[in-house]
Design a protein around this ligand. Structure first.
Ligand SMILES: Cc1cc2nc3c(=O)[nH]c(=O)nc-3n(C[C@H](O)[C@H](O)[C@H](O)COP(=O)(O)OP(=O)(O)OC[C@H]3O[C@@H](n4cnc5c(N)ncnc54)[C@H](O)[C@@H]3O)c2cc1C
Length: 340
């Protein structure tokens, strides 16, 4: 007999998880309340393999990229759309040390670095970028999150598996309920003990052309011929508020490497990333109520990590495989004085 599964939340995690269940011929209902400040509404969708000031590739990168490639092929066959697309990203170095790290990465990870040598300021000027320490080109991808969410919602609605609104479902109608609520997990009475570390981030939309994606940690990404987005900020203290003048100022200041006409700023948004204190996602079952599950904690890298973790979660919920210890919710049991 098939499980009756409900997913609560249709941000990137809920949507990718729902699609992963459908791929395994499972039936799922999805409930979405369209609440404010959710990460997937503002995220750029970048899959950037060389992250942070140290340009470190994450340890699980290979497995994540494999899952993304499978997913891309799956949707291309299913609906003819390539939701993940390859994009070259100009990485502007902040100093000579970063340029040196780039040289190292281009030897150890030639697949991630498109340029084998550091490009000079002269070449940067050609791209309209100020880069006194030079720049390198990274092999990135971008997930078109809005298009993917729209596709997934349409499919669930068409098949009558979409529920709109807050608490608009009956718990007794389901065998398994999986919460994918982003930062709002902190208000969920079953899982509010999970030590999450929410971080608010802001982005700007600018009605101007930008011919290539560029970043020095703060990024600017062309969306259409005459519009690009830029971000973002990190605020650990004030979470559920909208965008702020300070956030805007911070983004503009960090983007000193390109010219921006501030009169053309047409959008200013804010959303909340859900991290955990150990920076790993949190997946698993409630310690007492075995019908309730959590799929959360994807921080600032959901487009990279969720496809892999959605596959692992499906196997786990269907009782076919355990979760990797690093992401299993039970790692917090000791901290919360819980027993299995
Ligand atoms: C400014 C910014 C930029 C980012 N850029 C990138 C990037 O370039 N690349 C990248 O990989 N990641 C990026 N991220 C992170 C990425 O957005 C997240 O990892 C990902 O979107 C998390 O998705 P989620 O579904 O877990 O959470 P959310 O996007 O927060 O979605 C949760 C959903 O659940 C719904 N919900 C919550 N509670 C309930 C309830 N009780 N009932 C019904 N519905 C409910 C909400 O309405 C929401 O739609 C960025 C984040 C921010 C804030």
């Amino acid at each position: 007999m098939k499980n009756r599964i409900l997913i609560v939340g249709h941000g990137l995690s809920g949507a990718l998880l729902a699609q992963a269940f459908l791929n395994k011929n499972q039936i799922v209902d999805v409930c979405e309340a369209n609440l404010p400040y959710h990460a997937s509404k503002v995220a750029a969708g970048l899959v950037n393999p060389l992250i942070g000031p140290k340009l470190n590739p994450p340890t699980d990168l290979h497995a994540c990229l494999t899952a993304i490639n499978h997913l891309t092929d799956y949707f291309q066959k299913k609906c003819g759309v390539k939701f993940y697309q390859s994009i070259p990203l100009l990485r502007v170095f902040k100093n000579h040390e970063q340029a040196g790290l780039w040289n190292k990465r281009s030897i150890t990870h030639p697949d991630l670095c498109i340029t084998k040598e550091i490009l000079s300021q002269k070449e940067a000027t050609h791209h309209g970028v100020e880069a006194p320490h030079g720049l390198g080109v990274t092999n990135c991808m971008r997930l078109h999150i809005a298009a993917f969410l729209q596709y997934s919602k349409h499919q669930l609605k068409e098949t009558d598996h979409w529920i709109s609104g807050l608490d608009m479902y009956e718990t007794k109608d389901y065998d398994k309920i999986i919460f994918c609520e982003g930062f709002r997990v902190m208000h969920n009475p079953w899982f509010s003990h999970i030590p999450i570390a929410p971080v608010r981030g802001e982005i700007l939309g600018i009605d101007s052309s930008l011919n290539t994606s560029v970043s020095n940690g703060t990024w600017a990404i062309p969306i259409t011929e005459n519009h690009f987005i830029a971000g973002s900020t990190w605020d650990h203290k004030i979470i559920e508020t909208g965008p702020s003048p300070e956030g805007k100022e911070q983004i503009l200041k960090s983007l000193h490497f390109i010219k921006i006409d501030t009169r053309k700023i047409s959008k200013h948004l804010s959303g909340v990333r859900t991290g955990t204190i150990d920076r790993n996602p949190t997946l698993g079952c409630h310690h007492k109520n075995k019908k309730l599950f959590l799929f959360n904690g994807f921080g600032s890298r959901g487009s990279t990590t969720i496809p892999l973790h959605a596959k692992q979660m499906v196997e786990y919920v269907l009782g076919r495989a355990p979760l990797p210890a690093k992401i299993d919710i039970t790692r917090f049991n000791k901290l919360n004085h819980l027993t299995k």
